[in-house]
Ligand binder design. Structure first.
Ligand code: GLY
Length: 358
């Protein structure tokens, strides 16, 4: 984190910046970053944003944009996102819109932010869904690449363990597609399994965690380089949606208290079961996926939701084309494939796999 001040101040014209800080951060971390920016010659104006998907709204983005205008920030004054995925998404979004785009610096402070949200330039907010249906995830947004990403793994030491484990779901996702990515990392599935097993009763930390983060970031960066705007019909950036169509449906269901990674973990289980019901993989893939999610200390099922509710929410996914779902499903160890308009039985088998018996 010591590099952040000089690196932001070194951007052309960055005599000021708009620091969007996560409410979950210890205040001394924010104070230190502000002092470092000021000391390097970049005057920060700070706004604290509540972490949590229900704050990733159009209204919060509008307030931030209004603040930027009131502060008289200019085109070369960067936005600095200091926090988890929600803060990174919303800060990236306001940076993409203010004066038709100002630079964004991503400084992720959660595991999920480091391995996923800060890499690749996706930014956005949720929109309200139809009455009683919960929010529509990332329905308004932009691609706005960061000028740089600074991820300091030391900051993870103060992250609550539930949030740390939530980030492991995105590492599992990357492991499950490690052989389908343009920059293949064939050993990642086995390395992830071994790391998760080692962290079963203790907090993920140290060099093993730093190595897993570095491999995850490299894998994701390779996918984004090939298909930045998710335009390839198959095999491009869309593969990163593995587990997300199922996962978003349970994450945004009314009353859900799941963290994003917890929902993605469930979505990965659903995707493996759905793939098995289509004959794309055998039962061992389902078993391995459950095992990885369990070793990560993530929930294996969710209570209180009906299959019909989850199915209805999946239809609201922004990747739906012509009313049909597009699912990324495993098709072998470390490999995934895109299935357009999957048979309904396969979708329902996936949903059943993540719901606790009622
Ligand atoms: N989180 C999926 C992507 O960045 O494309």
């Amino acid at each position: 984190m010591a590099d952040l001040g000089p690196r932001v101040a070194g951007l052309p014209g960055a005599s000021r910046c708009f620091l969007v800080a996560d409410s979950g951060l210890p205040p001394e971390v924010v104070d230190r970053v502000e002092a470092a920016l000021r000391g390097a010659g970049c005057e920060p104006s700070t706004r604290v944003v509540h972490a949590g998907e229900d704050h990733k709204t159009w209204q919060v983005a509008g307030e931030l944009l209004g603040d930027m205008a009131a502060l008289g920030l200019e085109r070369r004054h960067p936005v600095v996102a200091l926090g988890g995925g929600v803060v990174g998404d919303i800060a990236g979004f306001v940076a993409s819109a203010y004066r038709r785009g100002v630079p964004i610096v991503q400084c992720p402070t959660t595991l999920l932010g480091m391995v996923d949200a800060s890499v690749g330039g996706k930014a956005g907010v949720n929109l309200p869904g139809p009455a009683g249906a919960g929010a529509l995830k990332n329905m308004a947004g932009a691609f706005h690449q960061p000028v740089f990403v600074l991820a300091d793994v030391e900051v993870l030491e103060s992250l609550p363990e539930r949030h740390l484990r939530s980030g492991l779901a995105e590492c599992i996702k990357h492991a499950m597609l490690c052989d389908s990515a343009p920059r293949r990392d064939p050993g990642l599935l086995e390395a992830t399994r071994a790391a998760l097993l080692a962290w079963k009763g203790r907090r993920p930390a140290g060099e093993a965690l730093a190595a897993l983060i570095a491999r995850s970031v490299a894998l994701k960066a390779g996918v984004v380089e090939e298909d930045e705007r998710e335009e390839k019909p198959a095999g491009g950036r869309a593969i990163l949606n593995l587990g997300h169509t199922f996962g978003h449906a349970v994450e945004t269901a009314p009353g859900s208290t799941l963290l994003h990674g917890e929902a993605v973990g469930l979505g990965l289980i659903a995707a493996a079961t759905s793939a098995a019901s289509l004959g794309l993989v055998g039962a061992e893939c389902e078993r391995l996926t459950r095992e990885l999610v369990e070793h990560a200390g993530l929930p294996l099922a969710i209570n209180g939701l009906s299959p019909a509710t989850v199915r209805a929410r999946m239809a609201l996914d922004k990747k739906v084309v012509g009313g049909g779902l597009r699912l990324v499903l495993p098709c072998g160890p470390g490999r995934v494939t895109l299935v357009e308009k999957p048979p309904e039985e396969a979708v329902l088998a996936g949903i059943a796999a993540m719901l606790a018996p009622r």
